[in-house]
Design a protein around this ligand. Sequence first.
Ligand code: PMT
Length: 398
Amino acid sequence: MGVTGGIAAYKAAALLRLLQKVGANVRVILTEGAEAFISPLTFEALSQEKVFTQADFLKPQGGFIPHTELARFAEAVVVAPATASFLASLTSGDAQSILVATIMATKAPVLLCPAMNVNMWEHPAVKENIAKLRSWSYEVLAPCGGELACGDVGPGRLPEPELIADFLARLLAPADYQGKKVLITAGPTREPIDAVRFISNRSSGKMGLALAKAFWLRGAEVMLVHGPLSVKIPSYLSQRPVETAQEMYQVVNELFPGVDILVMAAAVADYTPVKTFSGKLKKKEKELVFTLKKTPDILAEVSAKKRPGQVVVGFAAEEGEKLPEEARRKLKAKHLDLIVANDITRCETGFETETNEVFLFFANGKELKLPLAPKEKIAWQILDALKEQLGEILSAKA
Ligand code: PMT
């Protein structure tokens, strides 16, 4: 991890913590400019490792040549924040600083996270350098908009550590879904009773979001169609928010012809009120009876229109022993390539949980259990299994 001399240098400490939390072994390089903002001791205390500075570059100790050793050590490099002058040095190949020299000496993928004043970011010199660096296959994560430390408003802020960590993870992930367009549904739908009340369910959207993220990490172009969620959607995912089953039906139907894979992880309401009352329903009657009507079965309808080369995956929320029988029935009835079944009666699987245990039933007869694990890991394993079992369909030309 390289840190250069900008006001956002303090955020690099949080990034270091986050990378360590997910199991990365991090070595930090501070440029002279960064040292003016934050002390090497901060990173040394956090990483429990030596932090490298310009002094180490100029006076290597005991035969350890920092830029070449660090260049070999790294499986990935991130520079956060990356200043305009650092970007200029890298573009011109001026290897006088330890960080530029290390990056020039490494074969590892590099993620650059520029942060600077908005006018500097929009300056033609910076634009040209960024374009050149991108053309050399450096990954550049553009800064976020908002109020900057200098008081100006516009793009220039260093993105949050979580976002940087996701882009870094993508550099290390297999790009085995590159070129694939994936449509994922997540979360509940809301069926309105009156202006303030609705029928819904406990889906948080975590499972669908974990799948969307896994596909994105592995190179796919992802569109997330979601009901009201209790989790934050990262800015790199394209999204279409919806409320009702009918709205989800319309959006999925509109987008389905253009995608390679559809995964319906959303908990779509099966019934919706026949009538929506205007305003707030008054408390008058002792009993209140609603008539509900069936919503369209989105999955069954789009699956029937599937063209060669398209893969359709459904989810099944089932209870206990009936799970395999019900999942196999839905797999057939809805003409799916795969159904992912989870038991919603257990406290650590299904709705709202951080973890899941799922059973995969493929149309080709293959059945697989993915034992209890965080939803992110389950999503990753679903992608592995999908590639293994349905790789042929996915690589077939439509
Ligand atoms: O969001 P989380 O809190 O992380 O919870 C995850 C989850 C439990 C919601 C998820 O893992 C899950 O099981 N999603 C599917 C829930 C569901 O609606 O299951 P179902 O068995 O009722 O429906 C079967 C399939 O048909 C599903 O893919 C569903 O999206 C689809 N369906 C259902 C009804 C309908 N009108 N149209 C549909 O397309």
